[in-house]
Design a protein around this ligand. Sequence first.
Ligand code: ACO
Length: 331
Amino acid sequence: MPKAYIAGTGSCLPETVLTNRDMEVMVDTTDEWIVTRTGIKERRICPRGMASSDLGQLACRKALEDASADPSEIEFIISATVSPDMFFPSTACLIQSKLGIRNIPVFDLSAACSGFIYALETARNFIECGSYRTGLVVANECMSRLTDYKDRGTCVLLGDGAGAAVVRSTEGEAGLMGSYISADGNYREILNAPAGGSYMPASFETVENRCHFMKMEGAALFKIAIMSMSEAVNKLLESHGLKKDDITLLIPHQANLRIIQGVARNLRIKEGKFYINIEKYGNMSAACVPVALDESNRKGILGKGDLLMTVSFGGGLTWGANLIKWTKDRK
Ligand code: ACO
């Protein structure tokens, strides 16, 4: 049976920076509140005229370059996003077209902040079943388009960005070793964007009542996030007969620094083992994990043979983790 590994990574962060000081003039908040309660100092904002697929396409190009792969080698594209350019065609179709690739299967995957983890697990299965040899997994999010900049409880958290990975097959050792993914739709009310779909179609009232923006019960989510991410790490370690010490680096979703610290405490894993970049980008939903993965790759933090674990949670609720053996040489 073929195995799958990550052959290259890429990311794209829009140039426009929205700092906490900028937010102070938009809503009743302070830099001090945001930093102490979340760890976030600034976030990136996608300019008008650009959308999720543009960020995704640029991240894919960098991942292709890192993998020394040509777009013509790509046999499938999975785009994880909750901020698609439009309902349809899928963002994956738009990325495919922008990359100049034709006649391959491409689709969007909706699992909110856990999207990249779900997509990587889907790609692993595509490759292990022997049908495909090379694919692109990309998470592209323009969360600023779903953000209510009058709601101080959510607007300070979110930012835009994209991250991608080229996934290849090998007859050798597995790079993508396995995953744990789960969901519970009973928690649908605590994190959602209620309007604009078939349940509450766009209308004058939905716009006036700001129902197209993300709504969140932050305090409830905070506790569930720590529990669900800890559960995903423990279950994945257990299913592979591994100990916490075997893991070289944990790449967590970047929703709140205090959530990451809570997971570290819960798991009794040193905070230093977690890759943290929340101060620069805030919560980019599904894009957090692949952007952090790309930074770890490019900064030379990852070396051949290292064991990584990604872990995330998000709207749905969804949560999960990937176990990855890094097969590339340190940069
Ligand atoms: N600036 C100043 N004060 C604020 C702000 C702000 N930006 N936001 C909230 N407050 C106030 C509240 O109104 C509240 O005031 P009150 O006591 O007078 O009512 C006070 O600060 C405390 O509010 P809490 O909600 O208790 O603050 P908390 O310490 O819990 O932090 C936060 C709030 C940051 C939202 C936290 O609950 C959190 O991170 N939750 C999880 C968020 C998350 O994981 N989101 C992921 C989903 S996003 C996605 O999936 C795309």
